[in-house]
Design a protein around this ligand. Structure first.
Ligand SMILES: [Zn+2]
Length: 131
């Protein structure tokens, strides 16, 4: 299990299971937020506590970024609607976890800016981009 908390502590998430990889992405949003994402579906392994505000780039955006209204940390994103199976995609920001809990998680590198495809893993893990 891994837990994350925003800076002020009012928004918290819990990932009730092992996190196999963390996605680092260069898209216009992720590179600004500096987030590292761990994905699941709802209902699933992720639970959220605390009130958030949501930023959607457009009214028809497929996802919204949830942040703490007090301290501004990006805590997670959530799909704005279900898929064909009725599930909602969600991803928590592993930057909100303690370093020792997530440091050894391998990075998946996603080129969200241009090709929208995964790039080959290069062996880095979260601790390599933490400092
Ligand atoms: Zn906060």
């Amino acid at each position: 299990m891994i837990e994350g908390s925003c800076l002020c502590g009012s928004v918290r998430w819990r990932f009730a299971g092992g996190v196999e990889s963390a996605t680092i992405c260069n898209c216009t949003a992720c590179r600004r937020y500096g987030a590292l994402w761990a994905y699941d579906w709802e209902p699933g392994l992720i639970s959220i506590v605390g009130e958030t505000r949501v930023f959607q780039r457009r009214a028809d955006s497929p996802l919204g970024f949830h942040f703490c209204p007090q301290c501004g940390c990006i805590a997670f994103w959530r799909g704005t609607g279900p898929d064909e199976a009725g599930r909602i995609r969600i991803a928590v920001n592993l930057r909100l976890a303690e370093p020792e809990a997530v440091g050894q998680i391998v990075l998946d590198i996603f080129d969200g800016l241009q090709t929208f495809e995964d790039l080959p893993r290069d062996g880095r893990c979260i601790s390599d981009v933490w400092a």
